[in-house]
Structure formats: structure tokens, C-alpha cells
Design a protein around this ligand. Sequence first.
Ligand code: ATP
Length: 198
Amino acid sequence: MIVGLTGGIGSGKTTVANLFKQFDIPIYIADIEAKQLMNTSHRIRTKIVALFGDDAYKEDGLNRAFIAEKIFNDKHALEQMNAIVHPEVEAHFKAWYAAQKSPYVIKEAAIIFEHNKDNHYDKIITVIADVDQRIERVMKRDQSSAEKIKSIINNQLSDIDKVKRSDFVILNNDLETLQSQVEQIHQSLLKLVKPTSK
Ligand code: ATP
């Protein structure tokens, strides 16, 4: 079973994903894998260079600052970039998933509903938290401004819409209650796994 783990910026997706590790559930973090693949995949490199030119790469990998400038406020360029990277991450995930032996896996992805990818998952967990807390956490983590984080939040699908389309919801306003929420969902997921599946 493939379980999607999503939520807005700073909601606590990675924090929650780490809690599933205690049950030996394999975790695939799409953002991290995408970053890695952009540095290592020849196919991606060739296509990105064809799109943005040689400056798209430095000696040690993707030229992030250059790319950020190219796709900032250019929706079409961002879509072209996604069209190159997303299928490669998808193929990489498939190969990874085929090698797993656990009852289910967790795939953390910030964007699931926004790209109508719900049907790629058997179940979806959404992590939510108060907006003020999310802003505070991300400001602390990334040293970014409240305005920038707010604008990202405003560009993401609202929590209300995500919750409507989710199988499980985790409220991450404090760390104390996370453990029991994760445990309950883990037990529910185990019950859902058919005896015939992996
Ligand atoms: P992003 O979408 O930005 O990658 P995320 O949803 O994966 O974020 P995390 O990285 O898990 O969120 O959490 C954001 C920050 O908030 C991290 O520094 C994390 O340690 C902290 N954090 C997460 N949950 C809590 C909590 N309940 N209380 C305090 N800090 C928290």
C-alpha cells in the first residue's frame, strides 16, 4: 500500500514521517529525492540544460540560484521544469517501492491534491497546524520572512480542501499528541492491508 503524506508548508510532514520510522515503515521524501535526482540524473540534466542553457548546472550540480530566478514568477517555466523532473521522480519511486517489503510505505509529497495525484495513493494523510504556528516554525527553520511564507501558504490549497480529500488528518499543534495520532493511524493502516498484499 502506498500512503501519501501531505500538508502545507511548515505543517510538520517530515516530523510526522520520522515518527512512522519507529514502526519500520519505509519513508520516501519526494522533495529530497527530486533534489538528489536533479544532481545525479543525466536525463534530467540534459533536458534542463536544453531548457535553460549551460548555466543551469555548476560543477557540483544544479545551479539552484539560477533556476530559482528562472522559474520565479514564470509559471510556464515552472511547469516545464516540473514536466522534466516529476516523471523521473515517479519512476524512481516506483523502483524504490518495488523493493520494499513492509505492509505499507509512506511517500511524503507537498503537492498531491494540487496536481490531482490522489489516485497515485491508496490512502492519504494530511498534516495540519495553525497558520501562525507554521509561519513561526518556518521562520525559525529557514530564516525566511513572514511575508514570504504567507505568500507560499496563500498559493497552496487550503487545509479545509485538503482535509476533505484525505483519509486521515493529523493535527500538529503540539508535539505531545503527535505520537498517539501516528500510532492510531499506523494501526488503522495495518488493518487495511490485505493479507494477500506485500
Ligand atoms: P516543509 O513543507 O516546509 O518542508 P514540513 O511540513 O515537512 O515543512 P517540518 O519540516 O516537519 O514541516 O516542520 C517544520 C519545522 O517546524 C521544523 O523545524 C520542525 O522541527 C518544527 N516543528 C514541527 N512540528 C512541530 C511542533 N509540533 N512543535 C514545534 N515545532 C515543530
